[in-house]
Design a protein around this ligand. Structure first.
Ligand SMILES: O=C(O)CCC(=O)C(=O)O
Length: 266
């Protein structure tokens, strides 16, 4: 299967609506891919906290409206990155959208670990509680995580327990911690014997330069592709059977002893 990670530049001189339309056109150009991935909060910018309230939407709001038709026209599964979701009770969430090639909304995931300590997202948004996996028919099962989640290995292990084979991580990761981004993406791939598709943003918004360097890591920890710092589409061929092969030839996941429901008496 072919995956395209779209490392979108988020700059303040482009309006949210212009960016939606521009990104929809880029998604439409991805015909031939099976899976297209967008970054975290690309419509508004992951650090544009002051705009979160004004730009909040429902999961089928303006961002979905802009990109769902594009996914259908291109015939791709689209992980549409995340949007600022306003839930029915008014709470904001950092919510990822997965759209089927029919254009239907197939899954949502509310970011569990909010970033910012005592500021920004951590105080403005609610925390998700549910790990989410999405089986792509005939292909891989995706496990969903978002940006700061990458620092919490227990989420990824629980996604693997739910059947995840490819861990998809949209992000708005800052340039000053770029080494953590690529290191953690590889670590999550190695320890979970899974693909990691980590799609960040480029550009600078709210004074935060973005890392770019979207990265696709194979289940053995090999870097299959890595973007530069600017806007870029990173396309990579993925072998869904490589996950099972890796887990069979080096069955470390079977040697877990902690956090398992079944007692271990070996
Ligand atoms: O963990 C980090 O260094 C960056 C996290 C982040 O920027 C986010 O979750 O939005």
């Amino acid at each position: 299967m072919r995956a395209s990670l779209m490392q979108i530049a988020v700059e303040e001189d482009e309006s949210v609506e212009s960016r939606r339309q521009r990104v929809a056109a880029l998604v439409r150009d991805q015909r031939g891919a099976d899976l297209v991935v967008l970054p975290e909060l690309w419509p508004v910018g992951a650090f544009a906290y002051r705009q979160f309230d004004a730009e909040a939407e429902t999961p089928t709001g303006p961002t979905y409206a802009a990109v769902a038709d594009a996914a259908r026209d291109a015939g791709v599964w689209l992980h549409a990155g995340s949007v600022v979701e306003r839930a029915g009770d008014g709470t904001l969430y950092n919510t990822s959208l997965v759209i089927a090639p029919t254009g239907e909304l197939a899954a949502t995931y509310r970011k569990i670990h909010r970033f910012g300590f005592d500021t920004g997202e951590a105080v403005m948004m609610g925390a998700g509680t549910e790990p989410v996996t999405v089986p792509l028919p005939g292909d891989l099962t995706l496990g969903l995580a978002t940006c700061y989640d990458l620092r919490f290995p227990e989420l990824f292990r629980s996604l693997v327990d739910q059947g995840a084979e490819a861990l998809v991580v949209p992000a708005g990761w800052p340039a000053r911690r770029r080494e953590h981004w690529t290191l953690l993406a590889r670590a999550r791939a190695v320890e979970n014997q899974s693909y990691v598709l980590a799609c960040g943003t480029a550009g600078t918004h709210a004074g935060v330069e973005q890392a770019g360097h979207s990265i696709v890591v194979g289940p053995w920890g090999d870097v299959l592709a890595e973007a530069g710092p600017g806007e870029e589409v990173l396309t990579v061929d993925i072998d869904p059977e490589a996950v099972a092969r890796t887990r069979e030839v080096f069955p470390a996941l079977k040697d877990r002893r902690l956090g398992l429901a079944a007692p271990h008496d070996r």
